[in-house]
Structure formats: structure tokens, C-alpha cells
Design a binder for this molecule. Structure first.
Ligand code: FAD
Length: 472
């Protein structure tokens, strides 16, 4: 008897899941599996915050699959081998998945396709995580875009993203393994994804609801309010002006096609400019993935090779710790780093300021900041994280010019004038006047550190180092 194996990866959802929809339509007994792969060469192990997210997301997914008459099977090991064994165990004659775009992941998938071909198993992959697959967006000369604006224009000129597929009401029952038994599943709690001793996840649990239902609720909240003022609101860290969909998109709990469709439905006629700006942020996500697709080593290698000669300093342990813990003496940087530690997320404007402080004012190699974000962000993304760090460092594609150095004081005065955001995350500053909250060294509040480095001197040092690179 034939059976189907669906391998879920960064697509932990039932809605708009082409691989699952295909399995539902086929109707033959179905195995749905998630593989925790910490062994395949080159696959980047998840950071702590993402592991916490994954645990809860899998829990939600398992419940949703059960409600639809299926079940989620959990296995651990090198994914290629695990899937081959499971296909043999369940006698699968179809293997379905939604495509991934990272280098090591593509190698695994290509190997499986080849294996399947030699074993009479049909392996089919689908487009689900990106609206514009990297190889479809090409310049006139056939190469990849290196600059965002023409990339996004080319995307918008291409065919409209397809309509999302509805979640299947019912899925076929599970396939049996040898002896008529269901294939054995590992136990999620046994994977040790949740932090223990200490358990630092309380702030994350307060802020987030991992899983498909949580993702759709976030989208609705965003469409009901912030989207209409997104162009302005997205820059104000003290307000909920953005969608906070990033971890949901990262784990594929919501499809970008679904988000796109929701915008089409809310704004059926000409979409306001704010909606266009929000769409282009989704475009940045697509652009980052295109960069990773073309440059599989984006997290470890300068996109611009001349930066290999850049004179990064090795910051002292004290300096790095001050940055990690939000104790640099610069309120915007510190509020951001504390928001990150407490909630697993940081506002985009503050990410730029905090990252700029590390790579420019402390002159640390962007890779050390990228690694910290990788470990602490719930939305830590294999493409967006390194691409944005390289953007800030000036070593990336379409990067912010190196000489543009964010001034954390000017930035907080402009985007958080009343210090709402600053006070929320830095209680030591709660009693200061609005003006003093941006430059607390003038008031010397108790318990808050002096600035780690002077802004003018560290800025000059960064510019000199950059000049040396340019002079060769
Ligand atoms: P919204 O403003 O509501 O935007 C909607 C969606 O668009 C986001 O959910 C995200 O998927 C996408 N998006 C928005 N801005 C960007 C961007 N600059 N690059 C790529 N996609 C974008 N984003 C991640 O998803 N994962 C990361 O690991 C990550 N690391 C970053 C590191 C640095 C140093 C910087 C400066 C930015 C990073 N970003 C990352 C991009 C951005 O900060 C977040 O996507 C955004 O803050 C998420 O909040 P939101 O969902 O409310 O965004």
C-alpha cells in the first residue's frame, strides 16, 4: 500500500502549506515528521531563544495536526539519513517538502531527491517560504541583484504572489510502519530545547505565543491598527508600530503569501503608501534570502572581500559584557540590549543603533554581534541576521556606507523623545526628566554606568580605520 511522507522544516503550519495540501489531496496514509538536525555538516545549530520558540511551536503544530486527524512524528539526527530510514520504515512512495534556500540544507535536500529517484520514490518540493524564489529574480544580464531597490522593483513587476492555500480540514490518517504499528516518535520534552537552570524564558513567554494561531492573531492586530500608520510608527520603539511577525515568519508559522493576501483583502483598491512600505520590508526578507542563496557563507564571510583587511579590534571582555548586558552607558543601546535579553526581540531601529555601536564605536568584528543576536533573538534568521549585520558593518550588499555612524543619543532624542522606551527597559532612568534621560551622565543616576567610550573619539577611530581600508 502506498503512503506519503511530508517532512516539515521551517514551515510549521497547516495554512498555505503546499506539501501538506498535496498530501491531503492524495489521500494515502500520511507521515508528517519534524527532524531536529544538529549533526549534518554545515547546518547551523539554533540559538537558545530560537530553541525555546521551536519547542512551543512544535507543541502547537502537533496539536493542530492531531485535530486534523494526523499526528506529528519527531525524530532527531542527520536529516538525510533520518528521512531515508523513515521512508523505508513506512514504505513511503512519495516524499514531499517545502523548499529551503540555505547551502547545507539544499545539499541535504538534493541528496535525498537523488536517493529517492534511485528507490522508486517520487520526491516533490514546493514554494512556500519565499514569494519570489532567488533564481527567478534576475538582472537584465542574468545575474542576481546586489541592490535592494531594483531587486524589489523586479519582484513587483513579476507575477503577483499566488493566492495562499487554505489549511486542510482533514488530513489522511497516519501511515503504519512494519508490523502494523505506528512509527515511534521521540518525546519533545526529551530534546532539551527549553532553558533550565536558570530558566530565563519568563519574559519570552509573556511576550509571545509561538504557533500558527499566535501568528494569525499578530497579523490581525497589526491590520486592525498599526499598518495604517506604519511609515511613521515603525520608527518609534516606544510604540507597537510594527507587526512583530518576524519569529512567526522565521519558523514558517505564517506564510508570506498569507500576509500578502491579507493586505490585498484589507486594501482591495489602491493600497496606501504605508502598506507599500510594509510590503517592501517583506521584500527585504526576500532580498536577504536571495543574498544567502547566492552566498551560503553570508554569516561567516564578508560579502565585500576588501573588508577581510579591515582592522577590527578585539574588544575586552568587559566591553563585550557591557554590550551584552545593556550597560554601555548609552540608553538607547542599553534599552535595546535589555529588550533583547528579556523578550527575545528588539525593535529594528534599535537593532541598527545597537549593532552600529558594537561595530563602529567599539570597532568589534560584526560576526561577534551576529553570533550574540543568533543566540538571543527569537526571530534569529539564517539570512536576515547576517545580511543585516553586514549592512550595518558596511561589508554587505547594498550596505549602509561605513561612514554613517548612528549616534545613539541623537537617535533616542528623535525617535523616543519622552524616553518611554528607555524608561521601560532601564528602571535606573525612570526618575530622570525627559531631557536628561538621553544623556544620563549629566545627572549621574544611581546604579547606571558611565559611558563605556566617548562618542566623538570612538567615531573618529572608526572613521580612521575605514580610511586605512580605503587607502589600501
Ligand atoms: P515589521 O516592521 O513588521 O516588518 C515585517 C517583516 O518584514 C518582518 O517580520 C521581517 O520578516 C521583515 N523585515 C523587516 N525588516 C527587515 C530587514 N531589515 N531585513 C529582513 N527582513 C526584514 N530580522 C529577522 O527576521 N531575523 C533576524 O535575525 C534579524 N536580525 C537583524 C539584525 C540586525 C543587526 C538588524 C539591524 C536587523 C535584523 N533583522 C532581523 C531585521 C528587522 O530588525 C526585523 O525583521 C524586524 O525588527 C522584525 O520586527 P517586525 O516583525 O515587527 O517587523
Amino acid at each position: 500500500m502506498s503512503s506519503t511522507l511530508v517532512w516539515l522544516r521551517d514551515d510549521l503550519r497547516l495554512d498555505d502549506n503546499p506539501a501538506l495540501a498535496e498530501a491531503a489531496a492524495a489521500g494515502s496514509p500520511l507521515t508528517v515528521v519534524y527532524v531536529l538536525d544538529e549533526e549534518s555538516p554545515g547546518v547551523r545549530p539554533l540559538g537558545g531563544a530560537a530553541r525555546w520558540w521551536l519547542h512551543h511551536s512544535l507543541e502547537a503544530l502537533a496539536a493542530d495536526l492531531t485535530a486534523a486527524g494526523s499526528r506529528l512524528l519527531l525524530r532527531r539526527g542527520p536529516a538525510g539519513q533520518v528521512i531515508r530510514e523513515l521512508a523505508e520504515e513506512t514504505g513511503a512512495d512519495r516524499l514531499l517538502w517545502n523548499r529551503r534556500y540555505g547551502g547545507p540544507e539544499r545539499t541535504i535536500d538534493a541528496g535525498l531527491k537523488e536517493w529517492a529517484g534511485g528507490h522508486g520514490i517520487s520526491a516533490e518540493s514546493f514554494q512556500a517560504s519565499l514569494m519570489f524564489e532567488p533564481w527567478t529574480v534576475r538582472t537584465g544580464s542574468g545575474g542576481p541583484y546586489k541592490v535592494f531597490t531594483p531587486f524589489w522593483r523586479a519582484c513587483l513587476d513579476a507575477a503577483e504572489p499566488r493566492q495562499p492555500l487554505e489549511a486542510p480540514d482533514r488530513l489522511p490518517g497516519p501511515a503504519k510502519a512494519g508490523g502494523g504499528k505506528l512509527p515511534a516518535s521521540e518525546v519533545l520534552a526529551g530534546w532539551g530545547l527549553l532553558p533550565r537552570r536558570p530558566d530565563w524564558s519568563a519574559g519570552l513567554a509573556e511576550e509571545w505565543t509561538p504557533g500558527e494561531a499566535g501568528a494569525h492573531a499578530r497579523l490581525e492586530d497589526f491590520l486592525d491598527g498599526p499598518v495604517s500608520d506604519y511609515g511613521t510608527g515603525r520608527n518609534i520603539p516606544g510604540e507597537e508600530g510594527t507587526s512583530r511577525l518576524s519569529p512567526h515568519l522565521r519558523f514558517g508559522e505564517i506564510s508570506p503569501f498569507r500576509v500578502w493576501q491579507a493586505l490585498r483583502e484589507r486594501f482591495p483598491h489602491r493600497a496606501p503608501a504605508d502598506v507599500g512600505i510594509f510590503r517592501s520590508e517583506l521584500g527585504w526578507r526576500e532580498f536577504c534570502w536571495q543574498l544567502l542563496y547566492e552566498n551560503p557563507e553570508l554569516a561567516t564571510r564578508n560579502y565585500r572581500p576588501e573588508f577581510d583587511r579591515f582592522g577590527w579590534r578585539t574588544p575586552s571582555d568587559d566591553e563585550l559584557q557591557a554590550w551584552h548586558q545593556g550597560r554601555t552607558g548609552y540608553p538607547l543601546v542599553d534599552a535595546g540590549m535589555r529588550q533583547l535579553w528579556q523578550t527575545g526581540w528588539m525593535h529594528n531601529r534599535v537593532r541598527m543603533a545597537a549593532a552600529s555601536f558594537l561595530v563602529k564605536n567599539l570597532l568589534a568584528d560584526w560576526r561577534s554581534g551576529e553570533a550574540w543576536f543568533w543566540d538571543t533573538l527569537v526571530d534569529a534568521d539564517a539570512a536576515s541576521n547576517p545580511a543585516n549585520w553586514q549592512w550595518v558593518a558596511g561589508s554587505g550588499a547594498d550596505a549602509s556606507p561605513y561612514f554613517r555612524i548612528f549616534n545613539p543619543v541623537t537617535q533616542s532624542k528623535k525617535f523616543d523623545p519622552a524616553g518611554r522606551y528607555l524608561r521601560r527597559f532601564i528602571p535606573e532612568l525612570a526618575g530622570l526628566e525627559d531631557k536628561a534621560v538621553h544623556e544620563p551622565w549629566k545627572a549621574a543616576p544611581e546604579g547606571y554606568p558611565e559611558p563605556l567610550v566617548g562618542l566623538p573619539e570612538s567615531r573618529a577611530r572608526a572613521l580612521e580605520t575605514y580610511q586605512r581600508l580605503k587607502d589600501g
